[in-house]
Design a protein around this ligand. Structure first.
Ligand SMILES: Cc1cc2nc3c(=O)[nH]c(=O)nc-3n(C[C@H](O)[C@H](O)[C@H](O)COP(=O)(O)O)c2cc1C
Length: 183
């Protein structure tokens, strides 16, 4: 069996929690992207490379930075997970995919895998730029015009205003299964 590695970017802990659970299940290391050891990793030694980042404005934070370490060979071993509070709709998945893997491999030739895992949002802990961005997102959301969009927007607005915690260990089951297939 080959080796796996988990690299992650987390601001308030939920992505870190998932990264640690995944690493524990796979018996491998989980390192923050900012850890100086990441630059020295020889990614070609691994048969499964996992990157996790929290989702901000539908983008997986620092995936572009991590993406600079990848080529087509490494992307074939890649599993990405984004952690967010949006609903698991096809539209959300497509958007997050388009801003991450889709930017590097628009035809998905390397068959990198993307998972979106339920995150945690506590409005009281969000400050500065993030708070400002969230305020704009909330305004844009509630301006949605169709009745269907309005229904979904109300759901999100409730989460933005009151917070939500969807972090569950069970959420990693399929990701871990896919990782083991690559190892
Ligand atoms: C400024 C800001 C923007 C966000 N944008 C999104 C988003 O577009 N989609 C989403 O699903 N979650 C979004 N979230 C929710 C976070 O991704 C979620 O709370 C995540 O669990 C945070 O991960 P962390 O605990 O590892 O920092 C946003 C949160 C903040 C603070």
């Amino acid at each position: 069996m080959g080796k796996a590695i988990v690299i992650y970017t987390s601001k308030r802990g939920s992505t870190k929690q998932y990264a640690e659970w995944i690493a524990e299940d796979l018996g491998c290391e989980a390192l923050p992207l900012a850890d100086p050891r990441v630059k020295d990793l020889n990614l070609y030694e691994y048969s499964c490379i996992i990157y996790g980042g929290w989702i901000r404005g539908s983008g997986i934070v620092d995936f572009d930075k991590f993406g600079r370490m990848l080529d087509s060979e490494l992307m074939q071993k890649l599993i990405v997970f984004g952690v967010g509070m949006a609903d698991e709709t096809a539209e959300n998945y497509a958007q997050v995919w388009g801003y991450s893997i889709g930017k590097l491999d628009p035809k998905n030739e390397n068959k990198s895998i993307l998972y979106i895992l339920g995150g945690k949002y506590d409005p009281a802990s969000v400050t500065g730029m993030d708070r400002f961005l969230m305020k704009i997102m909330r305004t844009v959301l509630i301006s949605g015009s169709t009745p269907e969009a309005k229904g979904r927007a109300n759901f999100m607005k409730e989460r933005i205003d009151n917070g939500v915690d969807m972090v569950r260990r069970d959420n990693i089951t399929s990701l871990v299964r896919d990782a083991r297939r690559k190892m």
